[in-house]
Design a binder for this molecule. Sequence first.
Ligand code: FES
Length: 118
Amino acid sequence: MTEVLTDKRWYKACRMEDVPAGGGVAIKYGAEQIAIFHFDRKGEWYATQNQCPHKLQMILSRGMLGDHDGEPKVACPFHKQTFSLKTGESFSGDCDNIKTYPVKTGEGYVFVDVSALV
Ligand code: FES
């Protein structure tokens, strides 16, 4: 995993064990809050903006994970707007899309590609 530790685009965001199975956590990168999700049913990891575009709440990391026609999604806990974890597309129709970030794991850590933020 030398590539992980030397490639500056991959931000060492948190330990894998700090992210609840089937849930998420929020981390900060500069002024940005990023939600990291462990979709344990599928063995997948995702990263999105933490801010819900509906009422601009920093809350998506506490959202419910689920499935939308085969697409992994997160539902905001406040008013249940839903977003694709892969593309950030809003499934609710009346809400903006959210930003997503490439994510990978290694050596017990979750790494987020922050190249879009620098
Ligand atoms: S604040 Fe997220 S759905 Fe309303």
